[in-house]
Design a protein around this ligand. Structure first.
Ligand code: GLC
Length: 741
């Protein structure tokens, strides 16, 4: 590859080139020289992102042959004839590492036969570890990582995921999702970092830095993609990809800041939301893509579409008469890379649009500069080809240990009556419920397959909750009665088994799903799960409810009969072990809810609700909640100033003490309330958080530095406003007021 580049530079150096090219930094010189050599079809090809099936053997769209292999003719049609510059995804399921390496190497070999030999960019989904790779490390889904409130841990996981993607020779991932989880009905809730802007901003930025490091050409780093810009997770109906409505002030105050944080962290790409937002399909919204994302937020990377979203403008949004007009709308709005994903018409249509002057060449050049810039930064244009021998830790125990540590840190204990947990290892337990012996229930979607429905086949060597408990206690102490997701359980058998046990571990929640396959009309759990919970509780034995779910399903009908509630979210391939560790005391629960857990199916409020709706807020469990196997006592909340101005930094400190008999980790949460504002203020906002591990009896003083300018709220134009008046700090149930002059 390097020889190509030297040859190209040599060839072009003798041509009459824009004088300015010679004065540019090497990166821009490389981009300008390549751009100057490109034909219009070659440029348009660099704006095209095809899915694997389009260059693989089999029938389109989803009839990929087994085993999945490249189709040389299809591959050359895409890369040689249409100059396609990017490919992503798998066929129908996970591939082995050698298969992945063969796919990417085969594609790059085809690219090396083209006129300009520009390498193809390969992308993969990776919201909880690398999707679609046999043996890859599958971590807790983002909603569980959010419950760790630990940016450092999230960064470690992203670094491990980057390692494994590069091991497959893949340099681009479609993660993190920095959408906010503020509508728990939505099927993509588990792919978010929860409802809070600060938490999502800090964790999203940490994931970007973990993926990318400070040099994208590093063979252990990948390009991150912030998604889905913006407001996608707020469909009015809760159904995936349906119209979202988010007031402009809420977009600016809550939904855009996590993208700003990700861009400031250096995110290389942004994926657009597939839906209509406030009456405009995002993929046709020049204001959002160019004015806000590229200009106001200063995003200099690649703006890519979501799956088929360009054609959605004609096919489903009906804002374009045909696909030609859809391409015109999206590219002129600011789209740089179209995830088409199945056909080559996109390139033909766009070439025609440029030739007829309907899409300016300047727009094409802007897009191609961004794509070539990403390839340059990744080392694709100049670096050596990847070396399979550089990745001995793929799927290693080292990564499995990190995975177990993350899963443990995510587990959130929401109820623990009479300190029934941790259970003694001498206990006889019944383990039941549909999630008891299921790796699919632990992982959710985006796993070895898109919807995550056959994870147990791929992860047969991993431990379900049942296997992990049996390994910890010895099989003689563990009885299992199988149950399904939504069919009536064998209550007679269940009750008899419960009577033989000291305690029951009841694993309920959701089956795996992705996108529209996760659409629901009701957050309530299937009646069979409620009936089983009630029957088991009626035996008088303590029932420990373990929830594995991508979103907060309603447990009000039986939660009062549960002795304990441990929310595991979707804890990944080490989730079974982590749950057993916490249930039997080898680890203490330290997760804190990253969202408001609703009491009823329509109880969809968030912690930062408006004061006017406060009377109607009655969650099952509040944002930030979580118990430990110890108790924490807060005291001595102190502010270093009683009056501040916009340029001040307020220091807030508080003492927190572990009053229990076990070591425990607390997440100290700093909230601030603006008591009166010209836009109705939320009842409070999270403004800081810090984890602190304390030995029994140990006390620590935790201090936060709070720039007063950060307390400003956004008006509808995204202008920060800080108004004088009274504010109140709240930490650990303690409150102190201060005044902004
Ligand atoms: C999907 C998802 C997006 C994903 C992309 C590629 O439709 O919306 O999150 O990254 O397509 O698989």
């Amino acid at each position: 590859m390097k020889s190509f580049f030297c040859a190209l530079c040599g060839l072009l150096c003798c041509l009459v080139l824009p004088a300015r090219a010679g004065t540019l930094p090497p990166r821009e010189q490389a981009i300008e020289r390549t751009l100057a050599a490109m034909t219009l079809p070659e440029k348009v090809g660099q704006m095209t992102l095809l899915t694997f099936n389009t260059v693989a053997q089999g029938t389109l769209p989803f009839g990929t042959k087994e085993p999945h292999r490249l189709d040389p003719e299809r591959l050359w049609a895409a890369i040689g004839e249409h100059h396609v510059g990017a490919i992503f995804n798998t066929g129908l399921h996970a591939l082995t590492l050698p298969e992945w390496r063969s796919v990417v190497t085969g594609i790059e070999a085809a690219a090396a036969r083209t006129r300009l030999k520009i390498p193809v960019l390969y992308g993969i989904d990776a919201v909880h570890g690398m999707s679609y790779a046999c043996g890859a490390t599958l971590f807790p889904q983002q909603i569980g990582l959010a419950a760790t409130w630990d940016p450092g841990l999230v960064g470690e996981i992203a670094r491990a995921t980057a390692y494994e993607a590069r091991a497959a020779f893949i340099p681009l991932v479609f993660a993190p999702s920095v959408d906010l989880g503020r509508n728990p009905v939505h099927s993509r809730f588990y792919e978010t970092f929860g409802e809070d802007t600060l938490l999502a901003s800090r964790l999203g930025a940490a994931m970007v830095r973990g993926f990318q490091g400070n040099n994208l050409a590093n063979p252990y780093r990948v390009a991150a993609t912030l998604k889905h810009f913006v407001g996608y997770t707020m469909p009015v109906t809760g159904k995936d990809r349906t119209p979202a409505a988010v007031p402009e002030v809420v977009l600016q105050e809550n939904f855009i800041p996590p993208f700003r944080a990700g861009i400031e962290a250096g995110a290389a790409a942004v994926m657009l939301a597939n839906c209509e937002l406030n009456g405009v399909p995002v993929h046709a919204d020049r204001h959002l893509i160019t004015d806000v994302l590229k200009n106001s937020l200063g995003f200099r990377g690649v703006v890519m579409s979501d799956w088929g979203s360009v054609y959605s403008l004609s096919d489903s949004h009906h804002v374009a008469r045909d696909r030609r007009e859809a391409v015109k709308l999206a590219v002129n709005a600011g789209l740089d890379l179209a995830m088409v994903p199945f056909d080559l018409d996109f390139t033909t249509l766009l070439v025609d649009l440029v030739k007829k002057g309907e899409v300016p060449m300047a727009r094409i050049d802007d897009a191609v500069r961004r794509v070539l810039g990403l390839k340059y930064d990744l080392g694709l244009l100049t670096g050596p080809p990847p070396n399979a021998g550089d990745y001995p830790d793929f799927g290693s125990q080292r990564f499995a240990d990190l995975n177990r540590r993350a899963a443990r840190a995510s587990l959130t204990l929401l109820k623990n009556e009479k300190s029934v947990l941790p259970l003694p290892k001498t206990a006889r337990v019944l383990v039941t419920g549909f999630g008891a012996d299921s790796m699919a229930a632990l992982n959710g979607g985006w796993t070895y397959t898109w919807r995550g429905q056959d994870t147990d086949r791929y992860a047969a060597d991993k431990s379900t909750i049942l296997k992990a408990i049996a390994a910890k206690l010895g099989p003689a102490r563990v009885e299992h009665v199988a149950a399904t997701y939504d069919e009536p359980a064998d209550l007679g058998r269940e009750v008899a088994a419960a009577r033989r046990a000291d305690a029951v571990v009841l694993c309920l929640g959701e089956e795996p799903y992705a996108e529209n396959f996760g659409n629901i009309d009701d957050l309530s759990l299937p009646e069979s799960q409620t009936a089983l919970a009630r029957a088991l509780a009626a035996t008088g034995k303590p029932v420990i409810l373990v929830l594995t779910e991508g979103r907060p399903r309603i447990i009000r009908p039986f939660v009062d009969q549960m002795a304990a509630v441990l929310l595991a979210y979707l804890p990944g391939n080490e989730g079974g072990n982590a749950i057993a560790d916490v249930l039997f005391g080898d680890a203490g629960p330290e997760g804190r809810l990253p969202f408001t857990y609703p009491r009823g199916p329509n109880g969809l409020g968030t912690y930062d609700h408006k004061i006017s709706e406060g009377y109607a807020q009655d969650p099952e469990f509040p944002f930030g909640a979580g118990l430990s196997y110890s108790r924490f006592r807060y005291s001595g909340l102190a502010l270093d100033k009683a009056q501040v101005t916009a340029t001040d930094v307020l220091t807030v400190s508080v003492a927190v003490r572990n009053d229990g008999r076990r070591p425990a980790t607390e997440t100290v949460q700093l909230y601030v309330s603006d008591l009166v504002a010209s836009i109705p203020p939320p009842v409070k906002r999270l403004r800081g958080f810090r984890k602190v591990a304390l030995a029994p009896g140990e006390q620590a003083r935790v201090s936060f530095s709070l720039p007063i300018k950060d307390l400003a709220f956004m008006d509808r134009n995204g202008t920060p406003i800080l108004e004088p008046g009274e504010f109140e700090v709240a930490v650990g149930g303690l409150h102190r007021k201060f005044v902004v002059r």
